[in-house]
Design a binder for this molecule. Structure first.
Ligand code: GMT
Length: 380
């Protein structure tokens, strides 16, 4: 198949999932064409059967808001015609599903199937804004197939949009060969030494992530167990988290690395992964942690309970229960056998439920299904 992927290029989860999916499809012999306004952060341009087509958005004095959606639709048409795309897979509804649909209409009677994957805030926040709700519903309904990354997100999508469309749940996935425990590096990184334990958090530091809670959990843990905290990523709440560290006198124990693509190398060295989002549709980084044998502490909200088995692969507490999460973390770090069991269970769960082979096969089955149907839209 020849598959176009429209996605955000940033470090965020939807772009990461889109990029990983594209690589997996290319390895399986499909031609994959990424279409975005910048090179996706995890994209390997040297991989076989993978190419990247940049969307340029010309400015004009009249344009207070240059129309990216239109430039994207035009680029999709261009790539579809010149590369012979069968499918465009839109990751994150806005604007990708809309631009994909527009391209589909522009190409008629030539076939271009549209598959849309809903990732999270495209449904739970952005899509519910009155300015965007009708067009988000339109994008969902006009797609040939729609997937959501968790049962939770599929349920919210049905509740909010009541779309005349089936939603397939296809969870996010990991490559178990790339994301794996390192079997010995724990405690020996340049961040945590001499028996110190390492807590890790990775996100875009948006308010929904509650990064200040991560610092609060860490502050309680480090009073009982010598440890350090590694914060990877960047975003609006980073200054608040940094300020809190200084206020608490723990700035020397907390390392803010900013955006780094080296998460895969760092992850297995962590003892605990902390994800305190108040609504995570899935929590890809929590899955990557589990695959690396790292137990997860997080809140029982959104789709995270589908990823973490509380009490087995980590611990989930009600949103805001910082003391509870810290107590769980301390208990685990003080009991090497319990930690080992949780680490093994985390790895086993990630591999048995979320391995790329099984999940990519589900996307391929959806592609084949839509290609066997008439294309939606004016000519469908
Ligand atoms: O929805 C977002 O906030 C954006 C998106 C992203 O690009 O970071 O994150 C969502 O998609 C990820 C990949 O499917 C999920 O693992 C995240 O849970 C989800 N984020 C939220 O729901 C907050």
């Amino acid at each position: 198949m020849k598959i176009g992927i429209a996605c955000y290029p940033t470090f965020g989860g939807s772009g990461v999932v889109a990029t990983e999916l594209g690589h997996e499809l290319a390895v399986r012999g499909h031609d994959v064409h990424f279409i975005s306004y910048a090179l996706p952060s995890r994209l390997n341009l040297f991989a076989e059967r993978v190419s990247y087509h940049e969307v340029t958005v010309p400015t004009y004095p009249l344009f207070n808001y240059p129309p990216y959606d239109l430039a994207l639709a035009t680029r999709i048409v261009d790539v579809a015609l010149h590369e012979g795309l069968d499918i465009i897979h839109a990751h994150y509804a806005l604007p990708h599903a809309i631009s994909a649909h527009l391209a589909q209409e522009m190409l008629l009677p030539r076939r271009l199937a549209v598959v849309t994957t809903l990732h999270g805030t495209d449904v739970t926040i952005v899509g519910q804004d009155r300015s965007y709700l009708p067009i988000t519903r339109f994008g969902i309904e006009r797609s040939d197939a729609v997937t959501a990354v968790s049962e939770y997100l599929a349920r919210v999508t049905r509740e909010v949009f009541d779309p005349a469309k089936e939603i397939d749940v296809v969870p996010n996935f990991i490559d178990p060969v790339r994301w794996k425990p390192d079997g010995g590096q724990r405690g020996t990184t340049c961040f945590a030494r001499g028996g110190e334990r390492l807590l890790l958090h990775v996100s875009n530091f948006r308010p929904v992530k509650r990064v200040v809670d991560v610092v609060e959990v860490f502050d309680r843990v480090r009073r009982e167990v010598p440890s350090r905290l590694l914060m990877i990523g960047d975003g609006p709440d980073r200054p608040a988290a940094e300020a809190l560290c200084r206020e608490k006198g723990i700035a020397g124990l907390v390392h803010f690395l900013g955006n780094t693509p080296a998460v895969q190398e760092v992850m297995p060295a962590a003892d605990l992964y902390v994800l305190t989002t108040d609504m995570e549709s899935f929590g890809l980084s929590a899955l990557e942690a589990q695959a690396s044998g790292v137990p997860v502490l997080g809140y029982r909200a959104g789709g995270l309970p589908e990823v973490i088995e509380s009490g087995t692969t980590g611990f989930l507490r009600e949103v805001g229960d910082i003391d509870g999460l810290a107590a769980d973390g301390i208990a685990l770090l003080k009991d090497e056998r319990a930690w080992g069991a949780a680490s093994q269970a985390a790895r086993d769960r990630a591999v048995s439920l979320f391995a790329a082979d099984a999940i990519v096969g589900r996307y391929l089955a959806i592609y084949e299904r839509v290609l066997a149907e008439p294309v939606a839209g004016l000519g469908g």
